[in-house]
Design a protein around this ligand. Sequence first.
Ligand code: OAD
Length: 244
Amino acid sequence: MEAEIQDSLDRVRGWLAGARHACALTGAGISAESGIPTFRGAGGLWRQFRAEELATPQAFARDPRLVWEWYDWRRGIVAGARANPGHHALAALESRLPRFTLITQNVDGLHRRAGSRNPIELHGSIWKLRCTRCSREHGDDRVPLPHLPPHCDCGGLLRPGVVWFGEGLEPEVWHNAHEAVRSADLLLVIGTSAVVYPAASLAPLARASGARVVEINAGETPLTAAVDCTLRGLAGEILPRLAQ
Ligand code: OAD
């Protein structure tokens, strides 16, 4: 098994060394080793709720306080967490490769904390709050927030600056991710179950544009059968070996 992984690592290292433009797409799995629960699988529940039941405009309209309690809980976990070797390895690759674009589905901000300069945050950030009345957005890293649900100076209800199920991605953010992947010759897909769209369409797009796709994941996903190489294991162990 180790010899097999070593072989694959060598192959992917070669692809990285020759890449004119490498991209990485990360999901909750990369932050799992920082102690942040993933959305699906064991540990993906908060109280009796699944993420899909809370991360929606309907849930927020029904019970903004409940949804905010969940976000406040997640903000608390992230505030007490540290970026792990997987995040750091990606920041190291960015500083070393001629062109490297990091795209993340995560809203935790850990890539920035690890030193990644300009991650494309497809689903926004839990450290941003946006007014549902005047649409103003501002950063707020207080943990816990003093009042739930929080309100804007204009009196409107504030919501987390994230993308919920049923909502579209910020057009400019999606455009940037799409264009990066289209021009990439290598895409690393790391720690994502690859089931949430449109993020999940980036790997097929990369392949259709002629790029190699490598999956780094602790388990199997719908993408596994369609990649050029799979590195099975923990992102926090594999990525530092890849970046060596
Ligand atoms: P998921 O929770 O769906 O999937 C996490 C993936 O990470 C799984 O495939 C695991 O096998 C893998 N994994 C777990 N620990 C790992 C580790 N240490 N190293 C490598 N892989 C590991 O998370 P996402 O795919 O990111 O969206 O979820 C996508 C979106 O669904 C999220 O951005 C969020 C969520 O609902 C919104 O909130 C809109």
